[in-house]
Design a binder for this molecule. Structure first.
Ligand code: UDP
Ligand code: MG
Length: 317
């Protein structure tokens, strides 16, 4: 076996003790058939059950299994990010640890990637999750994300995706941003496509998310839109609105001054006065925010060392 790893499979796992041994066996069957050098990177996201012990047993037998254990439960995004940082493959495939994604889909994702794409996204066409709490919010979210970012995919939430690692390693991930990986790479000019993949109901363990993630997803959409389109020019976002308000405010104020001085009307009790002051203040605030954002963006591009997680332990790395 040469030391060049071609494929890294990155798997975030949080309290998945029953699932990881089965997943490993199934993955191995598929990966052995691929005839490429591979590694499986499991990231234990601070599990409280015996996930880490199960993983260690596997890693002892198989040196191609690499383990990272995060110090606490940082969330799926941080876990995947940690996995990306340590993955050595040219191609990175991400999948859930809960057996809902099917390793059998990996060869097809890779074939599609070979056609010249940077990202191939899995699409759980026949998704085995509850309709009201899962599938419906997801359909709406996917539609909005597609329209807002211009990267049209049916299933942003599917973890099973294949990436060229040079693209994915450029990203810094915070919050719940793993869901937006394809949209975030748009800025880098990534070629993105999708193929239908299989999906299974969860048998062991519990889902880590509830309906509460909807609000976070909506807020993230704004953020992604901003990052994609205005990260290089935040002044335009804040400045445009600020300029508009400031102009309106000043106009109203000049009008009031005019009628006060030349028509000798009292302006003290007019709502327009309050409105114009409000607009002027808001406008100045927004323009200043734009300037601050410009400064921050410059700093952002310079300091890219810090990571939003601490690795507690590593095996075979
Ligand atoms: N996960 C994680 N950290 C978390 C939450 C989830 O590493 O804080 C992992 C989890 O173990 C699973 C994947 O992320 O492998 C997807 O989670 P889940 O199956 O709960 O999401 P769902 O399929 O219900 O959307
Ligand atoms: Mg799941």
């Amino acid at each position: 076996m040469s030391s060049e790893v071609y494929l890294s499979v990155v798997i975030p796992a949080y309290n998945e003790e029953e699932n990881v041994p089965i997943l490993y066996e199934r993955l191995k069957v598929v990966l052995e058939k691929l005839d490429k050098d591979y590694e499986i990177v499991f990231v234990d996201d601070g599990s409280k059950d015996s996930t880490w012990e199960r993983l260690k047993e596997i890693a002892q037998r198989d040196k191609r299994v690499k383990l990272i254990r995060l110090r606490k439960n940082y969330g799926q995004t941080a876990a995947m990010y940690a996995g990306f940082q340590h993955a050595k493959g040219e191609v990175i495939i991400t999948m859930d640890a809960d057996l809902q994604n099917d390793p059998e889909d990996i060869p097809r994702l890779m074939e599609k990637l070979q056609e010249g794409y940077d990202i191939v996204s899995g699409w759980r066409k026949d998704r085995k999750d509850p309709f009201l709490s899962r599938k419906l919010p997801s359909m709406v979210a996917n539609w909005i994300i597609s329209k807002a970012t211009g990267v049209e995919l049916h299933d942003y939430g599917c973890t099973l995706k294949a990436y060229r690692s040079d693209i994915i390693k450029r990203l810094e991930l915070y919050g719940d941003m793993h869901r937006f990986l394809p949209a975030l790479t748009k800025r880098l000019g990534a070629r993105i496509t999708e193929i239908p993949v299989k999906h299974h109901p969860r048998i062991y363990g519990k889902s880590k998310y509830g309906i509460g993630r909807t609000v976070r997803v909506i807020l993230d959409i704004f953020l992604v839109k901003f990052l994609n389109e205005y990260l290089n020019k935040p002044m335009y976002v804040f400045g445009t609105v600020g300029f508009f308000l400031l102009s309106l405010g000043l106009l109203a104020l000049f009008y009031l001054i005019f009628i006060k001085l030349f028509l000798d009307e009292s302006i003290g009790r007019r709502p327009l006065l309050i409105l114009s002051v409000l607009f002027i203040l808001a406008g100045i605030q927004l323009i200043s925010t734009g300037i601050l954002a410009e400064l921050l963006v410059r700093i952002y591009y310079r300091t890219k060392e810090e990571k939003p997680f601490i690795v507690e332990e590593k095996i075979n790395l």
